[in-house]
Design a binder for this molecule. Structure first.
Ligand SMILES: NC(=O)c1ccc[n+]([C@@H]2O[C@H](COP(=O)([O-])OP(=O)(O)OC[C@H]3O[C@@H](n4cnc5c(N)ncnc54)[C@H](OP(=O)(O)O)[C@@H]3O)[C@@H](O)[C@H]2O)c1
Length: 248
């Protein structure tokens, strides 16, 4: 058997939220090619199309609690899950530009960034943690970003994105503490994927040295290794693609 996550169950049932994103897609590609994986539920706002019978596409909108609840209610009827990765996120769109200075702060940018980067993943945790198996290792991992580390912030800017990811890190820590009281098998992780060549980073890549700009495939492989190595002792931590701990 081609084991992709050897520390976990023999027949993996996985949920990827943000299936249309650069890193989300890379996770799905890697998982689909492993014989250890039984099924991948690929969730996104626009339902994709897949040739593989292992991949089941479903709809979710992180800005709508009802949509998150409905997706979880549908998934629970299929059985329990080993792994759920939240690979959604928002840095910029037609209305939001990462702020360079205090003059550019906008209420609407904060509200949208927190809705997608913080509140969405928190509500996913609310409805999806009950789907995770309890008899063996299971993991809920959310993609955060190193720029959400307060202690690592030396250059400022990107107020809404940084703040929404810092708040996400706090949510992850709270979830881990609460879960540890009830379960020694369910693990919550915050993950930094590195700087990855996706639509999200495209407008900001020009000053990134080539060797520091990862392909989505490379980043996803590294993050799966981090997930595989994680034990309950790492629950609540913010871990980088190479397994190192990032301070909050
Ligand atoms: N790329 C990097 O260099 C980098 C660095 C550090 C951290 N990260 C983090 O890694 C994660 C993945 O980023 P990426 O680079 O793969 O970005 P991406 O290619 O832009 O993907 C973002 C994903 O989020 C989804 N999304 C946005 N709003 C949503 C909503 N309301 N409901 C459901 N899904 C929604 C998008 O879906 P649609 O297709 O429907 O818009 C897309 O699937 C993010 O959390 C990001 O902050 C990335």
């Amino acid at each position: 058997m081609n084991y992709i996550l050897p520390s976990m169950n023999d027949k993996l049932r996985v949920i990827i939220i943000g299936a249309s994103g650069g890193i989300g897609r890379a996770f799905i590609e890697l998982l689909k090619n492993s014989t250890q994986v039984e099924v991948v539920y690929a969730l996104s706002r626009n339902i994709g199309h897949s040739e593989s019978k292992k991949i089941i596409n479903m709809k979710i909108d992180l800005s709508c609690e009802k949509s998150i609840q409905t997706a979880a209610a549908e998934l629970i009827t299929t059985g329990s899950f080993d792994l759920c990765i939240i690979a959604t996120g928002l840095l910029q769109n037609e209305k939001i530009n990462p702020e360079k200075n205090i003059k550019s702060l906008k209420q609407s940018s904060f509200l949208k960034s927190f809705t997608i980067n913080t509140i969405g993943p928190a509500l996913v945790a609310k409805y999806f943690i009950p789907l995770l198996r309890k008899d063996k290792k299971s993991v809920l991992a959310a993609l955060s970003a190193r720029v959400g580390s307060i202690s690592d912030n030396y250059i400022g800017g990107w107020y809404a994105y940084r703040a929404s990811k810092a708040a996400l890190n706090m949510i992850i820590k709270c979830l881990a503490i609460e879960l540890l009281r009830k379960s020694k098998t369910q693990i919550i992780l915050g993950l930094h994927p590195g700087t990855v060549d996706t639509n999200l980073s495209k407008p900001f890549q020009k000053n990134v040295p080539r060797e520091k700009l990862f392909s989505a495939d490379y980043s996803a492989r590294k993050l799966l290794k981090v997930i595989n190595n994680a034990t309950v002792n790492e629950s609540g931590l913010f871990l980088a693609w190479d397994g190192s701990v990032i301070s909050f």
